[in-house]
Design a protein around this ligand. Structure first.
Ligand code: GLC
Length: 530
């Protein structure tokens, strides 16, 4: 068994290493396939550690690789303490952790405490045991409404579309905030807690450096399970005004305190929660000193390419953590949202804006979460209907295409699919032929590529004293633009989202996201000055 204490001296020396770390999210299915079945796996990731070191990231976040029937591609976990054969085995996991540590890259893994798979042995036992049983008490089973119980217990909808309840043959209903194959666990039940504690220790004892906690604002459900206000809203999008009774209930904090207690026994480890909570104060509650080390703040994901919107997102993200002592986290893309090149307009314009936003993000104080492929400038892919696999597609009656478009396997090298991702011709999602110029190989030696921009920017972020300190000060700037300065180190970052070139703030240009217009900052461009 490996412990964090086995790390090389450089890596072990600083226990709060995560405070300004650059994390790289590996969507395991889509990163690299070592055994030719068209699906990425743990040995595949290990084979690309050299690339990740060259890129300059500090830590990985691996999406779920646990035993799973894959109804939600691993977020439906049948055994949280084993590796699904699709991705390898525990020995492959141990090899990956050992080799990543050799490369001075830490490894964090996903945890899915809100729900299990319907094929988890607990849920199968619950189905067998029947109403009122101890086995059912680990999940959220209720009688239906209406004289014959044929209506769901409340009006909650699933995040993936359709009702959040499914009826079982004996007439009871069970709750699933996501797919029916993902029954919600009952967090009032002591065995549910005890089991998560066992899972935490299982992976910590194997040497992981931390966790990403899925749906960290879920788990606790409100007493009485009252109806929700139904609104036409894109799933996952943060709402400001109405409290959604499915999420962010106060009981959740006790669970995070339990998690923290376990982690405090493993110095140098950390947990980040997926917290789709917009209110700054409610967000801050998750990162109190005895709760999570970090919370994902999704405001930057939600802001369009607009200087005012981006500034507001930054200010709120900083304000939310200002009184907690935890750093902010910054994310432009992940496996649940449209890739940002596409969100910013797609094509050459989307790429140009993505380059600019990368410099904005990497200039900020705190923790960065990159999503695999963003360093190659991958756009979202318009997949044909036959290729779609996300449960959202079926559950929405083919109205929402779901998240597959941001999960297409990474193009590594060569001139046609599968671009070195796999030896299989049929990868689990098809790659577009046009990705030949976006491969890691094509970009590595090209100084103008997206990959080179990331490498250079990450190198500066690590080594340049301008990035010191956690506070920002904002300069006055023309409409559609902003400029801020890192108070501690002095780095200045300016962004132009307007339609015309603007004068630069004073300073020497350290890096720009695109060509300058003489000594002016052109539209759709950001610059770093020292
Ligand atoms: C989180 C994950 C998402 C998954 C859902 C259910 O939002 O990021 O991919 O589908 O939880 O586990």
């Amino acid at each position: 068994m490996r412990r964090s204490s086995d790390l090389t001296p450089e890596i072990a020396e600083e226990s709060a290493w995560w405070r300004d770390a650059v994390f790289y999210q590996v969507y395991v299915r889509s990163f690299a396939d070592s055994n030719g079945d068209g699906v990425g796996d743990l040995d595949g990731i290990r084979s690309r550690l050299g690339y990740l070191e060259l890129l300059g990231v500090d830590a990985l976040w691996l999406t779920p690789f646990y035993r799973s029937p894959m109804a939600d591609h691993g977020y439906d976990v049948a055994d949280p303490r084993d590796v699904d054969p699709l991705f390898g085995d525990l020995a492959a996991f141990d090899r990956l952790v050992a080799d990543a540590h050799e490369h001075n890259i830490r490894v964090t893994v996903d945890l899915v405490p809100n729900h299990s798979s319907d094929l988890h042995e607990w849920f199968q036992e619950a189905l067998q045991a029947g109403p009122g049983s101890m086995e059912r008490a680990r999940y959220i089973f209720r009688e239906g409404r209406g004289f014959d119980g044929s209506q769901p217990p409340n009006n909650w909808v699933s995040v993936f579309g359709g009702p959040a309840w499914t009826r079982v043959p004996d007439g009871q209903w069970y709750l699933h905030l996501f797919a029916p194959e993902q029954p919600d666990l009952n967090w009032e039940h002591p065995e549910v807690r005890a089991d998560l504690e066992r899972t935490l220790r299982f992976w910590l004892d194997r040497g992981v450096d931390g966790f990403r906690i899925d749906v960290a604002h879920g788990m606790a459900k409100p007493e009485g399970l009252q109806d929700m206000e139904i609104r036409t809203q894109v799933p996952g999008v943060l709402s400001d005004d109405v409290h959604d009774p499915r999420f962010d209930n106060d009981g959740v904090h006790e669970i995070h305190r339990m998690i923290r207690k376990v982690m405090d026994g493993y110095p140098g480890t950390m947990a980040v929660g997926e917290i789709w909570v917009k209110d700054d104060e409610r967000f801050a509650a998750y990162v109190r000193p005895d709760e999570l080390h970090l919370g994902f703040n999704f405001r930057l994901v939600e802001a369009g390419f607009d200087a005012d919107a981006v500034r507001t997102a930054i200010e709120h993200s900083l304000a939310a953590v200002a009184l907690t002592g935890t750093p902010a986290t910054w994310t432009l893309s992940n496996h649940d949202v449209v890739r940002h090149v596409t969100r910013y307009g797609g094509g050459a314009l989307g790429e140009q804006r993505a380059r600019a936003m990368t410099l904005v993000e990497l200039a900020l104080p705190g923790v960065i979460y990159l999503y695999n492929g963003e360093e190659l400038g991958l756009p979202n892919v318009e997949l044909p209907d036959w290729a779609l696999q996300d449960p959202t597609w079926e559950r929405s009656g083919h109205t929402e295409r779901g998240r597959d478009g941001c999960r297409v396997p990474i193009p590594w090298e060569g001139t046609s699919p599968p671009f070195g991702f796999s030896t299989a011709v049929n990868t689990w999602l098809p790659q577009p032929n046009e990705w030949d110029h976006l491969t890691a190989e094509a970009q590595l030696e090209d100084p103008g590529s997206m990959l080179s921009l990331y490498r250079e920017a990450l190198e500066h972020r690590k080594s340049n004293a301008g990035f010191a300190g956690e506070e920002l000060e904002w300069y006055g700037a023309p409409a559609g633009c902003f400029a801020f300065r890192r108070k501690g180190g002095g780095l200045i970052c300016a962004l132009n989202t307007s339609g015309a070139s603007v004068p630069l703030p004073p300073g020497q240009v350290l890096l720009s996201s695109g060509p300058m217009d003489g000594d002016q900052l052109p539209p759709d461009t950001a610059v770093w000055l020292v």
